[in-house]
Write a protein that binds this ligand. Structure first.
Ligand code: SF4
Length: 107
């Protein structure tokens, strides 16, 4: 199960006991137009980040998102208290740049 949609929309069968702060919130709110790494968060990103700031499962959400995104470029939206640009930078620091997987037939 990936955090490709709002975490609140997911079943929490393998998650922590606490409910996420984004439970019941429109998933679109967590996919704002992304700001660049050099810029601060946009107003829309700050709105999503405010939910994350008070979320009891924030660390779990962030770790899970980073672990499950095998390709840095697929990290989108706000998760785990970080906007897209910050999670991508963290992903690169942690794992290095991951190129998209290409099947042998494509090479
Ligand atoms: S950290 Fe943010 S995106 Fe993750 S579950 Fe909590 S509110 Fe939702």
């Amino acid at each position: 199960m990936k955090l490709s949609t709002n975490a609140a929309a997911l079943a929490w069968s393998d998650g922590p006991d606490q409910a996420p702060a984004c439970k019941g919130v429109n998933a679109d709110l967590f996919f704002p137009k992304a700001s660049s790494a050099a810029d601060g968060p946009t107003a829309a990103e700050r709105t999503a980040l405010a939910f994350c700031a008070g979320c009891p499962v924030r660390e779990w959400c962030l770790e899970r998102d980073l672990d499950e995104c095998t390709v840095t470029s697929r990290i989108v939206g706000v998760r785990g208290g970080l906007r897209e640009a910050d999670r991508r930078a963290l992903h690169v620091r942690r794992y290095g740049v991951r190129a998209p997987y290409r099947a042998k037939a494509d090479r």
